[in-house]
Write a protein that binds this ligand. Structure first.
Ligand code: SF4
Length: 302
């Protein structure tokens, strides 16, 4: 049995930058507390690692309800804004708290926020194709005073003014298919349009390369957080090509039956799956295979 690690898998530049910013803050020797607004990454294992080093996670909108937090930022705290970005309101609130703010918004997301705001100021209505409630969507809409419209399904299109000059853009992590489909539907409803495909290049390239990798192995493990849109999208892509694809967060979720009769296992991950986690899967599987797995059961040993 062969274990193949997807050479294109690994965390994207935007999330890597945010993790590096927070690691630098956590390594400081003073007593500054380090917070992040919302999960720093959609990966439970990486969050666990950083929280063990002292990172504290705040629920977005935390100032509206402080009851869920043991400690809240004060003048001796640093608060990091994650790669998804935040609406201006969050920055204003943090300013009032007198904390040090580190803006880890991915530059690609900042460009989307600017694009939406600038077009709105020029008189366009702005349609952002993506997911309701996704943190990046909340941030982009916030930068337009919530005047831009999130388009997740055809029902949302009715919220757009007909016969109006419209910018159509995308949440950075959605699939090209969803974007193209919604653009066609929006076109039928509004007037003149300008289309900006703001899907992140990293995400686009992964989607293009993934089908080749998926067909190279008998069984595919898609490693990534359960809340990660990008992981869920990659998983659906893999499943459509190889029905023996499984979405997992930790090696302890692996079930032996998935692999009986197979000769190869492919391991891949999304924009938010750290490489150390992919290596953990690779090393674990290789150790088990050496012990006669999957035909023989082995002790879970991570
Ligand atoms: S997926 Fe793209 S847009 Fe999103 S954080 Fe990573 S690099 Fe930035």
């Amino acid at each position: 049995m062969k274990v193949i690690l997807d050479p294109k898998a690994g965390i994207c530049g935007g999330v890597r930058r945010t993790i590096q910013l927070v690691e630098k803050e956590l390594s400081r020797e003073d007593d500054q507390e380090v917070f992040v607004v919302g999960d720093i990454i959609h990966n439970e294992r990486e969050i666990e690692r950083l929280e063990q080093d002292g990172l504290k996670t705040l629920i977005p909108g935390f100032l509206d309800d402080l009851t869920n937090h043991d400690s809240i930022p004060n003048g001796k705290s640093t608060v990091l804004i994650r790669a998804h970005g935040e609406p201006p309101r969050t920055f204003k609130e943090l300013d009032l708290l007198g904390v040090d703010v580190i803006d880890g918004t991915c530059p690609v997301v900042t460009r989307s926020q600017d694009l939406a705001r600038e077009h709105l100021l020029k008189g366009y209505q702005v349609a952002v194709v993506g997911k309701h409630g996704h943190p990046e969507m909340i941030g982009i809409l916030g930068h337009t005073d919530n005047k831009a419209v999130c388009i997740q399904s055809e029902e949302d299109i009715a919220k757009l003014q007909p016969d109006t000059l419209t910018l159509i853009m995308a949440q950075t992590t959605i699939g090209s298919g969803m974007f193209a489909q919604m653009v066609e539907k929006i076109k039928e409803h509004v007037g003149k349009i300008e289309i900006r495909n703001t899907i992140c290049r990293f995400v686009l390239n992964r989607n293009i390369k993934l089908p080749n990798f998926t067909s190279e192995a008998d069984v595919i493990l898609v490693v990534g957080g359960k809340k990660s849109s990008n992981t869920n999208m990659l998983y659906r892509t893999c499943l459509a090509i190889n029905p023996r694809s499984y979405h997992v967060v930790s090696p302890n979720e692996i079930e032996r039956e998935w692999f009986i009769g197979s000769n190869s296992i492919g391991i891949t991950g999304s924009a938010s799956t750290p490489i150390w986690l992919l290596h953990e899967f690779e090393e674990t599987l290789n150790r088990w295979i050496k012990a006669g797995w999957p035909e023989n059961a082995v002790e879970f040993d991570v």
